[in-house]
Design a binder for this molecule. Structure first.
Ligand code: HEM
Length: 131
């Protein structure tokens, strides 16, 4: 059963996986992403993905997506970027964000892959402090 296999892969993935509609509204968030950001899925489904980031991106993210809908210019889709996320408790952490666009016949969604970099960044800081 293909659908069951796919959902098992997403639910057990080590990286966070978040899907949004073309207006930035969260439709699905896997357990890894719930844990990383400190929310349950019920708290996030139906919310704007901008709740997961600090300013200035928080206030600009709707326009990032709107610009993409208008121009088709990709700044993160298919490229990836290191960005800062914000947890429910207000603390922030660095992660590698990958975004892809999924086109269905009647609508499109975006999938975001969240690879936590906080451990790696801490280690880098330690190494720098030795020198
Ligand atoms: C665009 C930040 C999460 C989907 C952008 C841009 C930034 C950004 C800075 C625009 C880049 C530019 O115009 O130069 C963030 C931050 C996030 C986050 C800080 C932290 C939570 C997500 C997630 C998704 C997503 C989880 C998808 C599920 C998009 C889309 C665009 C975009 C579709 C427009 C297309 C593009 O620029 O390639 N985001 N984002 N973002 N983001 Fe996010």
């Amino acid at each position: 059963n293909q659908a069951k296999l796919l959902s098992a892969i997403i639910e057990n993935a080590i990286d966070g996986i978040i899907t949004i509609d073309e207006f930035g509204i969260i439709e699905h968030i896997n357990p890894s992403a719930q844990k990383l950001f400190g929310y349950t899925q019920h708290e996030l489904i139906g919310k704007n993905v901008s709740v997961l980031m600090p300013e200035p991106d928080k206030g600009l993210h709707d326009s990032y997506i709107a610009n993409y809908r208008r121009t088709g210019e990709k700044h993160i889709i298919g490229i990836g970027r290191e960005v800062t996320g914000q947890r429910k408790d207000g603390t922030t952490f660095p992660f590698r964000l990958g975004v892809s666009e999924v086109k269905f016949t009647d609508r499109r969604i975006f999938t975001g892959f969240v690879h936590d970099l906080s451990r790696q960044k801490e280690d880098e800081q330690k190494i720098r402090s030795y020198t």
